[in-house]
Design a protein around this ligand. Structure first.
Ligand code: NAD
Length: 508
């Protein structure tokens, strides 16, 4: 199946793919494994420091040509990319499923997200607006112009191997930048196929080769990209741990960083929550993508008057979850990405119970007939009565939902905001007052706040990102494009006498 997919995606002969049939760990190569079967899919050649140098030079050269292509023409190239992605959506989606274990509809949904952001970028290519402002001096004009920034380094996490790159690359491309993509080593095939589609379209249109891919270790390649002064912006998606390392290295060379890091997202259930809406939305948020989304729901804060009823209903809902092969259309939840993630899940289980958490459902490794992959049981843990459960303050990348109770909304919001991360948040309530309070300046401290819908599944139109340890970056829609351009304040004097600002005289 993999060979056919790669063939249809025109990358079966890609020199980076060392072997498919007899993938094995060899020096200078990395294995892409299928987390569902725990078997290798392919071995992929790793780029070296010298390869990085060549790739970075190509990206710099491409940038110098691409920045002079008019914005709307760049937009037409992105439009052609979106058309090509549409043709390959199913195959790319299946590849995402095979490499990272997302269910089929989520794998395809991810490619759809890249198509959506490409469509958005096409319109944006005619709207890279600057401002004009009145000058205090006669015969003077001031305006702000947005210019292309340079090659942009895009570091992506394993869990969104296509869409996160799309958010950056489609917007960066219409802004006139070239892209150097360093994908996760858990999803190199998706990166090879996605990048190849885009590169092929640009070649056919005779445009510069702005989409560059570098697949390598963090030591040999990742850190080189981060330290590279030719790359003015590093857009990095991944753990808070990675963000701390990368942001310090970029700051040391006075470069710019756009960080999209970990989350620890909560949902508040008010006493008047519509449970037939709240429970299924929260189940999807907690167990979708096997709890491996930055926006996954990790904490449920439930009003004490409904907590017992809610926990009982969740336990029933979890009985309906079908764990299995993510390629099978009836599966709700696939595997975790690797065995280490299973170990981290099991260790969180031990800690949670040592800290007084009550196991409501799940809690262990899951057996799926005929599959040797990294499956765990979707899990609910109820916090002790004093709500003291330190493990819930950490982001464990697995389907664990911690349930807490509260007495009033002020207490719920304080608990909600009492974690280091600040990505996504939600409240379920029929009350306008509760919704307004939650989304007010003293409500949720997250970058994303939802009312009567769950924490995960953002649309591309709004700016996406989070506060605090999530890193403060904004990507995707709205005015996130400004991060990919440099702003120049231009003052033009059309008179013939010198006039200095602030009334300063220099002529006496
Ligand atoms: P990770 O931090 O292990 O790796 C992310 C990427 O960073 C990988 O490509 C990795 O190779 C690279 N990297 C790591 N150290 C580096 C270094 N020193 N220099 C250069 N590159 C380096 O994360 P992961 O396990 O792949 O992904 C899961 C994490 O990503 C979670 O914390 C999740 O919340 C977060 N995430 C955040 C968002 C968001 O938009 N906020 C989206 C997806 C994932």
């Amino acid at each position: 199946m993999l060979a056919d997919i790669l063939e249809r995606l025109h990358v079966a002969d890609d020199p980076r793919i060392a072997s498919i049939a007899d993938a094995a760990e060899r020096p200078g190569e990395v294995i892409s494994s299928n987390p569902t079967t725990a078997e290798p899919l392919a071995s992929v050649r790793l780029d070296t420091a010298e390869d990085y140098e060549r790739i970075a030079e190509t990206a710099s050269k491409a940038f110098r040509a691409w920045r002079r292509v008019p914005g709307p023409v760049r937009g037409q190239a992105v439009r052609a990319i979106a058309d090509e992605l549409r043709k390959h959506k199913q195959d790319l989606g299946a590849l995402v499923t095979m490499e990272v274990g997302k269910i089929r509809s989520e794998g395809e949904g991810e490619v759809q997200e890249t198509i959506d952001i490409a469509d958005f970028a096409v319109g944006l290519s005619r709207q890279l607006y600057g401002l004009t402002m009145p000058s205090e001096r006669a015969d003077h004009r001031i305006e702000e112009r947005w210019h292309p920034l340079g090659p942009v380094g895009v570091i992506t996490a394993f869990n969104f191997p296509n869409a996160v790159w799309g958010w950056n690359a489609m917007i960066g491309a219409v802004c006139g930048d070239s892209i150097i993509w360093k994908p996760s080593l858990y999803a190199p095939l998706t990166a090879i196929a996605t990048n190849a589609i885009c590169a092929r379209v640009l070649k056919e249109l005779d445009h510069p080769d702005i989409f560059q891919l570098v697949i390598g270790t963090d030591d040999a390649v990742g850190e080189r990209l981060v330290a590279d002064k030719r790359v003015p912006l590093i857009s990095a998606t991944g753990s808070c741990r990675m963000g701390r390392i990368v942001s310090q290295k970029v700051a040391a060379r006075l470069g710019k960083c756009l960080l999209e890091l970990g989350g620890n997202n909560a949902v508040i259930f008010e006493p008047d929550a519509n449970l037939s809406l709240a429970i299924p939305s929260t189940v999807f948020g907690a167990v979708g993508t096997a709890g491996q989304r930055c926006t996954s729901t990790r904490r449920l804060l439930c009003h004490e008057s409904i907590a017992d009823e809610v926990v009982e209903k969740f336990a029933k809902a979890y009985e309906q979850i079908r764990l299995g092969d993510p390629l099978d259309a009836s599966t709700h939840v696939g595997p975790l990405i690797h065995e280490h993630a299973v170990e981290q899940f099991l260790s969180a289980m031990t800690e949670a119970q040592d800290q007084g958490g009550e196991l409501i459902v799940g809690g262990g490794r899951a057996e799926v007939e005929g599959l040797k992959g990294h499956f765990v049981q979707p899990t609910i843990i109820r916090a002790p009565a004093d709500n003291n459960l330190p493990i819930a303050l950490e982001e464990t990348f697995a389907p664990i939902l911690y349930v807490f109770t509260y007495k009033d909304l002020d207490e719920a919001i304080e608990m909600h905001n009492g974690v280091d991360q600040g990505l996504s948040s939600a409240i379920f309530s029929e009350s306008m007052r509760a919704a307004e309070r939650f989304t007010s300046e003293s409500g949720s401290d997250c970058g994303l706040a939802y009312v009567n819908l769950g924490t995960s599944g953002a649309e591309i139109g709004g700016a996406f990102g989070g506060e605090k340890d999530t890193g403060g970056g904004r990507e995707s829609g709205s005015d996130a494009w400004k991060a990919y351009m440099r702003r120049q304040t231009v003052s033009i004097h059309s008179g013939s006498t010198i006039q200095l600002a602030q009334g300063i005289r220099f002529d006496q």
